[in-house]
Design a protein around this ligand. Structure first.
Ligand code: UDX
Length: 437
């Protein structure tokens, strides 16, 4: 099939590349001329495992192309994916100006039947708005379909190629049939394509992400309470997670969820509720608890240093909001760095992928280290913010030799509490037997 993707951000590029991988002829459109030029020169603009390989393979096979012309996009694709940003507006709602702006342009350019697919995460009712905007400028036949993505950063290619489910929100049999044909190669293993009305599809995405954010937040609160009573959240997690109704995944406490999706989607669903006169009490609590969790290490660190971190040096391992990505949007590390700098501390950081992005934001205020051990040099404590694999089995002797004090604040529970005590560290993690404070 001929497919066009409007928007080559993280979702658009992964979608385009993976659809090319199953033999479709894909044209990706972006308004950023420079980005289009770079992609045409074979440069992958984001870091995502395995994307590089697929990207080059499909360009070489002439199945993946890039252009800045929306007109070309409209001429090329039988199915047109909208993978445009829906950033958080000032009031927490999703800003639809990119999606609706593109819809209007598409309407003006439409010459024959197309399926327009909303891939962006959009509030309930957006497909209807897109349809309205397009039909107000054209008489040509078209359909709008909602097809939310469930791609995790770091696993996006895998998630796209082997999805647990595909959700299609459609009120047209013709559009549904085309979408099912497109996705068939991805669900040969028997995973379902779930077809529903478009409003339910739009809500499915928000409900799924908000539920996962709630699950994590619940565990963060259980972890905080474990510390009050001297229990071990790892054991509680194991005890709970074996109940198949609860499940083992997404029960790992830490320093709060971040990223480009959860924070924005939870707030947008809360705001949609408010707009309809419905108060999502649970989401309000999730937002509040997560904001606190992101800074939970700060009072612990300050109190360890007797209320004063001025002129103290901190090493931070991990800046990305999670491993296997260079994405720092809403990353807990940024909140911690902000607080430490505000309180007069010096901060030395290391992250395998995210340092260039952090450098753009913080510039000379931080020391960017060449490797994880260099970041420890003469630091008064180590703070772990992201669970990159490389941090899981460090050389503890080297760690002790480099640090001024053997002190670790671990926001991701990477090490055994007992092992660390044996190694001679002051080791504070999340929710594991901490009665001493
Ligand atoms: C998420 C959704 O999982 C994906 O389906 C979606 O459509 C996009 O948003 P992503 O933002 O890439 O994906 O990250 P994910 O792996 O889901 O993690 C989100 C956040 O939760 C991270 O900050 C992570 O550190 C945190 N998390 C996750 C925990 O704190 N504990 C857990 O047990 C799991």
């Amino acid at each position: 099939m001929n497919i066009s993707i409007i928007g080559t951000g993280y979702v658009g590029l992964v979608t385009g590349t993976c659809l090319a991988e199953t033999g479709n002829n894909v044209l990706c459109i972006d308004i950023d001329e420079n980005k289009v030029k770079r992609m045409n020169n074979g440069e992958v603009p984001i870091y995502e495992p395995h994307l590089d390989l697929l990207f080059h393979r499909n360009i070489k096979a002439s199945r993946l192309h890039f252009s800045k012309s929306l007109k070309e996009g409209l001429e090329h694709g039988d199915i047109i994916f909208l993978a445009l940003p829906t950033p958080e507006d000032e009031d927490g709602s999703a800003d639809l100006s990119y999606v609706l702006g593109a819809a209007q342009e598409i309407g003006k350019l439409l010459k024959n039947y197309k399926v327009i697919v909303d891939k962006s995460t959009v509030p309930v009712g957006t497909s209807e708005k897109v349809r309205h905007v397009i039909s107000s400028v054209t008489d040509v036949e078209f359909d709008v379909v909602s097809n939310p993505e469930f791609l995790r950063e770091g696993f996006a290619v895998d998630d796209f190629l082997k999805p647990e489910r595909i959700v299609i929100g459609s009120n047209s049999d013709k559009a549904t049939a085309l979408m099912e044909k497109l996705y068939k190669p991805f669900v040969r293993s028997g995973n379902p394509i779930i077809v529903m009305d478009e409003k339910s599809a739009e809500l499915t995405k928000y409900a799924a992400n908000s539920f996962l954010a709630t699950k994590i937040t619940f565990m963060n609160e259980i972890a905080n309470f474990c510390e009050k009573v001297g229990a071990d959240v790892d054991k509680v997690r194991a005890g709970m997670g074996t109940d198949s109704r609860i499940g083992k995944r997404f029960l790992f406490p830490g320093i709060g969820y971040g990223g480009s999706c959860f924070p924005k989607d939870v707030k947008a669903l809360y705001k949609s509720g408010k707009d309809e006169g419905y108060e999502f009490d649970i989401l309000n609590a999730v937002i509040r608890v997560n904001d606190l969790q992101k800074k939970i290490l700060i009072p612990r660190i300050t109190s360890y240093f007797n209320g004063d971190v001025r002129n103290k040096t901190f090493a931070i391992w991990g800046l990305a909001f999670k491993p296997e990505t260079d994405d720092i949007r809403e990353a807990p590390a940024l909140y911690i760095i902000d607080e430490l700098l505000k309180n007069g501390a010096k901060v030395q950081v290391f992250d395998p992928e995210a340092m260039p992005n952090v450098k753009r934001q913080f510039g000379d205020q931080l020391i960017f280290s060449a490797n994880m051990y260099a970041a420890l040099k003469s630091a008064d404590a180590l703070i772990i913010c992201t669970e990159w694999s490389i941090f899981r089995t460090p050389d503890f002797e080297r760690l002790k030799n480099n640090l001024n004090n053997p002190v670790i604040f671990d926001g991701r529970n990477l090490y055994d509490v007992e092992d660390m005590e044996k190694e001679g560290f002051y080791y504070r993690s999340i929710g594991r037997n901490f009665k001493k404070a």
